[in-house]
Ligand binder design. Structure first.
Ligand SMILES: C[S@@+](CC[C@H](N)C(=O)[O-])C[C@H]1O[C@@H](n2cnc3c(N)ncnc32)[C@H](O)[C@@H]1O
Length: 269
């Protein structure tokens, strides 16, 4: 598949499986922040430091709506996403939650590989779990660099290679490849889970493992290479908590963990 075909397949996948699933904003926010409370900690810091934020790959707007509760009036928040279904769902959630938000987010369809912003124009870019799914991650990072003002900062979560989630996801993909050969069908296990709903407990994790067209992950060295055009780059391995270990989560708000599923990258242009 060429890059345009991959982008279209990716858009179709997220239209079918908008991130975290769930038609109700409350349910998907509860699922996400129970599973990954460290996101709230980082969003609090980003919104404390910046008043004008663009989110690349906002999905159904879950983090956007949280940010719009933290930001003060006068701030702006723009979320862009390639999936029109996700954007429609984010707009609906923002309308329904308007009374709880300090500012109203703006959601637009858009492509991380061709961001709809001028060079050197943005104060802050945030992106959670997106750029490892695009057809060309290096180009997407170059786009983030292009649109940031000199001295401005992006905050980006990318998958960490040697982490439990990625190891399991790659194993599931390998098992599916064998099942595909044996059954003569493509994405045979995705078809099986389509018929059942694991959404309440797992969100779209299984669908992503079996069906998302691109799923890259990075080592620390890979992150340094990917962000080499930035001046200052800091990264934190974070985001692996045993599902029900609330005490561990409380004691470790940043989610720091040497075997974390993500690298949280703070990079300044
Ligand atoms: C794992 S979801 C994360 C969504 C959101 N950040 C969140 O955490 O809920 C990945 C998102 O990336 C979006 N996406 C994938 N490729 C994209 C691209 N080239 N441009 C913009 N968004 C893209 C998908 O539509 C999807 O909503």
């Amino acid at each position: 598949m060429n890059s345009a075909d991959i982008s279209e397949a990716t858009r179709q996948f997220w239209n079918m499986w908008p991130c975290d699933g769930q038609s109700s904003y409350e349910r998907r926010a509860k699922l996400r922040y129970t599973k990954e409370p460290f996101i709230l900690h980082h969003l609090r810091q980003v919104t404390a430091a910046h008043n004008h934020i663009v989110e690349v790959g906002c999905g159904q707007g879950t983090d956007a709506l949280t940010a719009c509760q933290y930001l003060e009036s006068g701030a702006t928040y723009t979320g862009i996403d390639a999936s029109d279904q996700s954007i429609a769902s984010a707009r609906k959630a923002a309308e329904e939650r308007a009374a709880h938000l300090n500012i109203q987010p703006d959601f637009q369809e858009g492509d991380a590989l061709a961001l709809p912003f001028a060079d050197d124009s943005l104060d802050c870019v945030y992106s959670m779990g997106v750029l490892h799914h695009v057809s060309d991650t290096e180009r997407a990072v170059a786009e983030v660099h292009r649109v940031l003002k000199p001295g401005s900062t992006c905050y980006i979560f990318l998958y960490r290679t040697a982490s439990p989630k990625l190891i399991v996801a790659y194993m599931l993909r390998a098992i599916q490849a064998v099942c595909d050969v044996l059954s003569g069908r493509q994405r045979s296990l995705l078809r099986v889970i389509e018929k059942r709903s694991f959404e309440g407990a797992l969100g779209t994790m299984l669908a992503e493992a079996f069906g998302v067209p691109v799923m890259r992950s990075y080592s620390g060295r890979g992150i340094k290479r990917l962000f080499s055009r930035f001046g200052q780059v800091d990264m934190l391995a974070c985001g692996f908590n045993w599902p029900f270990d609330a005490a561990y989560k409380r004691a470790n708000p940043s989610g720091r963990n040497a075997i974390g599923n993500f690298y949280y990258i703070k990079a300044t242009k």
